[in-house]
Ligand binder design. Structure first.
Ligand code: WA2
Length: 269
């Protein structure tokens, strides 16, 4: 009898964990695809049209109206690539000085990535050089070299201080060949589009709606470095004394990273 109870408990844990993992992966995927489409929108209407057909107002309006397509993102913003020799003219044209993430005037650098368009939910990013933040900077460099969606380590986001990960796509000037080299990708980079997966509050909201949620503890980890898993979601630390653990693999679309979901029962089954 005990054996049967355990078998059934295990089966239920596996099915609850897989359901959650597939649902989270699906919502990540649709969100990433939609941000990819927004990157195409910027290159079409900001770079292929003279004068640009996008300004802060149109960007804010369009991204607010389509936010239902990006259910796990706290918003999107567009940062323009600016070289040091362009800085003075850029700041004069914009009528503002770029800041660092620590809210200081940006010190001289070879290049910058100041946010020029932002969804209203991310208005605190306006005028910030995204290359002044370590995680964002790494994402920008990897996004423009690969042309793919890239994710950061889990870290505390600006604004909310919630645990999350940033998603970045590079926006290229028109005419980049499909088989272009890394150097050609970097050279053709015009800016960066992205936003943050607010894992702490938006994943919580997603999982809280599922049946059986009160019975299990769900944790998500970035396991890119297998010997040093980084917590990405889950407030309760799993109790190692309770038997049964199920690990579901997650694919969030960045081939450089590995993620997994670990599920346990809260109490002995
Ligand atoms: N978006 C939202 N919250 C953040 C954040 C971010 N980055 N960084 C820290 N907290 C404009 O890669 C370009 C968005 C970065 C894009």
């Amino acid at each position: 009898l005990r054996r049967e109870t355990m078998d059934r408990a295990e089966e239920r844990l596996v099915s609850m964990c897989e359901e959650r993992a597939r649902m989270l992966q699906e919502q990540f995927g649709v969100t990433v695809n939609h941000v990819h489409a927004l990157a195409m929108l910027i290159s079409t209407f900001h770079f292929e049209k003279r004068p640009s057909a996008i300004d802060q107002d149109t960007f804010a309006k369009y991204t607010a109206r389509t936010s239902f397509e990006r259910p796990l993102l706290n918003g999107v913003a567009y940062a323009q690539r600016i070289f040091h020799h362009e800085r003075e003219m850029f700041e004069r044209q914009q009528g503002w000085i770029m800041n660092t993430m620590k809210r200081e005037a940006a010190p001289p650098q070879d290049e910058y990535a100041p946010v020029i368009f932002s969804q209203d939910t991310l208005s605190y990013l306006a005028r910030i050089d995204m290359m002044s933040g370590e995680e964002d900077r790494e994402n920008i460099l990897r996004a423009r070299a690969t042309g793919k969606a890239v994710l950061t380590n889990p870290f505390r986001l600006l604004g909310s201080n919630h645990l999350g990960v940033v998603l970045t796509f590079a926006v290229y000037r028109p005419g980049l060949a499909v088989d272009a080299s890394v150097e050609q990708h970097v050279e053709a980079t015009a800016g960066y589009l992205g936003g943050a997966f607010d894992v702490e509050s938006l994943v919580e909201n997603l999982l809280s709606k599922l049946a059986g949620n009160q019975d299990i503890v769900v944790n998500v980890y970035d396991v890119t470095n297998a010997s040093e898993p980084m917590a990405m979601y889950g407030t309760q630390s799993p109790d190692g004394k309770i038997p049964l653990l199920h690990v579901s693999t997650l694919d969030f679309g960045d081939p450089f990273r590995r993620h997994e979901m670990r599920c346990r029962y809260k109490q002995k089954p």
